[in-house]
Write a protein that binds this ligand. Sequence first.
Ligand SMILES: Nc1ncnc2c1ncn2[C@@H]1O[C@H](COP(=O)(O)OP(=O)(O)OP(=O)(O)O)[C@@H](O)[C@H]1O
Ligand SMILES: [Mg+2]
Length: 239
Amino acid sequence: MSDALLTVENLQTNYGAIRALKGVSFHVDAGATVTLIGANGAGKSTTLNTISGLLKPAAGRVVFNGTDITGWRADRVTAAGLVQVPEGREILAPLTVAENLELGAYTRHDKEVAQDMARILARFPRLAERRDQQAGSLSGGEQQMLAIGRALMARPKLLMLDEPSMGLAPVLVRDVFDFIAELQARGTTILLVEQNARKALRAAGYAYVLENGLITQEGTGEELLQDARIVEAYLGSGH
Ligand SMILES: Nc1ncnc2c1ncn2[C@@H]1O[C@H](COP(=O)(O)OP(=O)(O)OP(=O)(O)O)[C@@H](O)[C@H]1O
Ligand SMILES: [Mg+2]
C-alpha cells in the first residue's frame, strides 16, 4: 500500500477525434504538493477536468481516497473532497462575493459553512470589504483569491489548481504562491498546474512533465529545476 491520496492510471480522454490524453498515469501522496507542468495544449487542463468529473475518460482509472471515482459526476467528486479551482477562475460575475463563496459549499450539509466563510473573509480582507459587491467588479487577483476561497468552502482533502497565476501581475503572483504555501503548511494536499514552471517546481515536492497527452518525465521539484532538458524547454525565458 502506498499512501497515495489520488492515483491516476492510464487516463485517456478524447475531444471527438482528438486524443488529448493518451494514457496519463501519476499519483499524489496525502499531504504532498505535486505539480504538472507542460506547454500550451499538452493536456494539463484536460487531466484536471477528467479527474474532477467535468470530462469523461475513454479509458483509465481515477482512484481517490481509496475509492474508484472514474466517471463520477463533478458534484459527487467535489462532495468526496476532490475540489478544482478551474482555469480562468470561473467565478460568477453577477453574484456577490459572499454568494460565490456560498456556492463553493453547495455539496455540504454540515452547520459550519458560515464559520468557514468568516475564516476565509478574515484571511482576505479585500474580499471581506467587498462581500456584498458583484464578483465581476473585483480585480483579477481578487477574483483568483475568490476562486480559491470558493474551493476551500468545499473543505477539500485535495485541491487542484489550474493556472492560478495566469494573467496576474508579479506582485499578485507572489500572493497566490504565498497562499499556496499557507495551504501546504496546513497539510492540504495540492495538485498544481502551472505554466510558470519555475515557481511551480519551487513550490512542489514532486513534479510530472506532460507532453502531448503523455507523462514524459518526473522527479522532485529540485531535480527538474536542475535538469538541462527542463531548463531548456520550460525555464529558459526568465519566468
Ligand atoms: N473543448 C475542446 N475541444 C477540442 N479540443 C480541445 C478542447 N479543449 C482542449 N482541446 C485540445 O486538447 C489538447 C489539450 O488541451 P488542454 O486544454 O488540456 O491543454 P493545457 O495543457 O491545459 O494547455 P494550456 O496551457 O493552454 O492551458 C489540445 O490539443 C487542445 O487543443
Ligand atoms: Mg490549461
